[in-house]
Design a binder for this molecule. Sequence first.
Ligand code: HSE
Length: 325
Amino acid sequence: MIKIAIIGFGTVGQGVAELLVRKRDEIEKKIGKFKVVAISDLTGSISGEFKLEDAIEIRKKGKLPEERATSEIVEQEDYDVMIEVTTTRLDESGIAYMKTALNRGASVITSNKSIAVALPDLLKLAEKKNARLLYEATVGGAMPVIRLLNSYLALCEIRSLNGILNGTCNYILTRMEEEGLPYSQVLREAQEMGIAESNPTADVEGIDAGIKLVILANTIGIPAKFEEVEREGITKITPHAFKVAMQKGFTIRLIAEANRRKLRVSPRLVKINSPLAIKGTLNALLIHTDTAGEIFVAGRGAGKFETASAILSDLYELFRCSGNR
Ligand code: HSE
C-alpha cells in the first residue's frame, strides 16, 4: 500500500485529491493500492482514518479539522511520498518540508517552483537517501518537459531550450497581436477574466518564466541561478511594435532561452509561422538536440487539473516499476 501525504490543500492540492478519487481504479491498476494518510495546509490538517472525498468537502466549506502544524505532519506521519503543492514563495518553507521528507527516505512530488533556489541540493539529498524528487508540475503545467529532458532525451546533448513558459504573458501578447490593443487595456481585461493575477508583476516582468527557466536549466545540467537570468518583461511592448513586426512576417513573444552561454527571458521577434508563435495561454518548448534534431512540445501551462495531471504523472513514474501491485 502506497502511503501519500498531501502538503498544501489549495487549488492544486484539491485538484490532485479529486483526481485520486475520480481515477482511483485506473491509478491502482497501474501503480497498486494507495492511501492518503494525511493532508495539511495553513487552515489545519487531517490524518488517521478519513475518506479523501470527505476531506475535500470539509476543506471546500472551510478549515481542515485538526490543529496540527504542517511541520508536525511532515515530521511525524508515516508516508512513502509527499505531494508538496504549497504556494511558490521562493523562500524556505516548502523546501524545508521537502528536505524533511527526503531525509526520512520518503520521495517528494512537487509543483512548488521554490525548488529553483535549491534544486541541485535537493536532488543530491534525494539520491543520498535513496528517494526521488519529481517536479514535472513546476514547469509548463500539463506540458510534459521534465521527464522528456531527463528520460527520453537523456542521451542527447541538449544544445538549447527556447520556450514560452508564462501563459499570462502569452495571452496578453496574443490579444495585442490580434486586436491591436495597448498592453494596459489587455492586462486589465485579463485581470477581470481571472487570467492575470491582481498583482501581475511576477508574470509580466518575466520573473515566473525566469524561475521556470532556472528549473529547466538545472534539469539539463546547467547549474543556473535566478540572479543569472537576463530578464525583461512585456510591459513596454506597444501596438506599434506589433504592427511593424507583423509587416515583416514576425510577431512578438516572451521567450525564455537557455544554452551553455546564457539564460535570458525577454520579448523576441518570432516568425509568424514558427511553432513558438503559439497563441493564448498555452506554453511551449523547443528543444535543440545533437542527435534528435528539434523537439517541440506545447500544452496547458496552468490550471487545477492540468497541474494535478502532471503530479499524477510523477506518481506513476515513481511507482510504475515498484512491484507494489
Ligand atoms: N502564472 C503562471 C502563468 C501559471 O501565467 O503561466 C503558473 O505557473
